[in-house]
Design a protein around this ligand. Structure first.
Ligand code: ADP
Length: 388
């Protein structure tokens, strides 16, 4: 006898039953009892018992208008009949002789039923088809969401290209100007006097060199960012960074109080929206606040400030009056599993800042620390501004 699991399949059995169960153990106990009843019933015709987990296929429960589980439904032969409740086997026993008779009537005269009602195939097929239909519509929904996400990623990339082009143009213009000035003063013939002092010439060379280094740094940031992005999937959207930071601060109130730390915020009301993945940025802000609280001695001060730095960038800074970070470690603290020897006694794994860096880079932003040892640290990170 075909007694199937949770995946409905077409059936042409003379008796077709659906058993809806839920995850409760009592439900599975009922299933075992129903199976046992059917085995003991000495059935001499084909029957099909389809077991459906109601949580997996709620649309089927809705279709059969179920109000309780477990429920046993005779879907063929007609008329359809539903037994529900905790005493399924008792109810089945009461209905069994009638159900058996309806099957025998059907087997003696199958055309009688198909004239009035659906054929056995169509009854069970409905279950199969609606299940497939739901799977398809789930798939369409998933693809739609994926498509929206990809569109958003594309918009984010376009926005970044315009920001990066802008960022590269300023140092490029400055370097070109310095080079052009130097070029214009090259003596045309021997004996011509240089119109610029050696000091002025050296300043112009310096300026050209500094600006080309800046261009180089921006390009290497972009390359690192694209690496970070491939390691970490982000879903950037228009983000109210001010609200996110206020929420993050209020989440830390208890810990601040426990150490008698003062926390000040400087979050302007007219900030533009950032273009970022809210959940990921929340992780960054919480990590920075967490470190500030962890490493700052009791009675110290912490400050969270947001600055609309340029038309394209918004900056978050978390500063504290803790022990600070030695100059030689100001880059290495962002490496995975790096901890200062000094802080080995404080709990931590050395992964928080590495994660922050990966997240910020995936947004094509920058993260760095300014610190005067023994005076405190100030961690900053930047994010792109959402286009108006
Ligand atoms: P964890 O705090 O779990 O050790 P992090 O990656 O967050 O890992 O930080 C790396 C290291 O940087 C810390 O172990 C600590 O030595 C130093 N550090 C981070 N934040 C601060 C801070 N606000 N003040 C002083 N040192 C810090």
């Amino acid at each position: 006898m075909p007694v199937s699991g949770s995946q409905p399949h077409p059936s042409d059995a003379a008796l077709q039953l659906l058993l809806f169960v839920d995850r409760r153990p009592s439900s599975w106990e009922q299933l075992r009892s129903v199976r046992r009843y059917l085995q003991d019933a000495k059935i001499n015709f084909d029957y099909d018992l389809e077991v459906i987990e109601v949580g997996d296929k709620p649309y089927l429960a809705e279709h059969f208008k179920l109000i309780a589980t477990p429920a046993l439904i005779k879907i063929h032969p007609k008329p359809q009949q539903t037994l529900a409740g905790s005493n399924l086997v008792e109810q089945l026993d009461r209905h069994w002789s009638r159900w058996r008779r309806s099957v025998e009537d059907y087997l003696n005269n199958p055309s009688a039923q198909s004239e009035t009602e659906a054929s056995p195939e169509s009854a069970m097929d409905f279950v199969t088809n609606s299940s497939q239909l739901m799977q398809l519509s789930d798939e369409v929904f998933r693809l739609q969401r994926e498509n929206e996400e990809l569109q958003e990623q594309l918009r984010f990339k376009e926005r970044l290209i315009s920001i990066l082009a802008h960022e590269l143009r300023n140092p490029l213009t400055a370097a070109s100007l310095a080079i052009e000035t130097l070029e214009s003063v090259i003596p045309k013939s021997e004996g011509d006097i240089l119109p610029l002092s050696p000091q002025r010439m050296s300043d112009l060379f310096d300026r050209a060199r500094t600006q080309t280094r800046l261009i180089e740094k921006t390009i290497s940031d972009i390359l690192q960012a694209s690496q970070g992005e491939s390691q970490l999937k982000i879903q950037p959207k228009s983000l109210n960074l001010g609200r996110l930071c206020r929420e993050a601060v209020s989440q830390q109130q208890k810990r601040l109080q426990a150490k008698s730390l003062k926390l000040k915020t400087d979050i302007p009301n007219d900030l533009p929206r950032a273009y970022a993945d809210g959940e990921r940025i929340r992780q960054v802000v919480l990590n920075l606040l967490d470190n500030a609280i962890k490493y700052t001695p009791a009675e110290g001060s912490i400050k969270l400030a947001i600055l609309h730095r340029t038309a394209q960038k918004i900056q978050v800074s978390v500063s504290d009056t803790g022990p600070g970070i030695p100059l030689e470690n100001q880059q290495t603290i962002f490496e995975d599993r790096f901890r200062l020897q000094r802080d080995r006694g404080i709990e931590g794994y050395g992964i928080g800042l590495a994660l922050c860096q990966r997240i910020v880079r995936a947004h094509y932003g920058q993260i760095w620390v300014d610190s005067v040892p023994e005076k405190g640290s100030c961690f900053h990170f930047t994010l792109p501004v959402y286009p108006k």
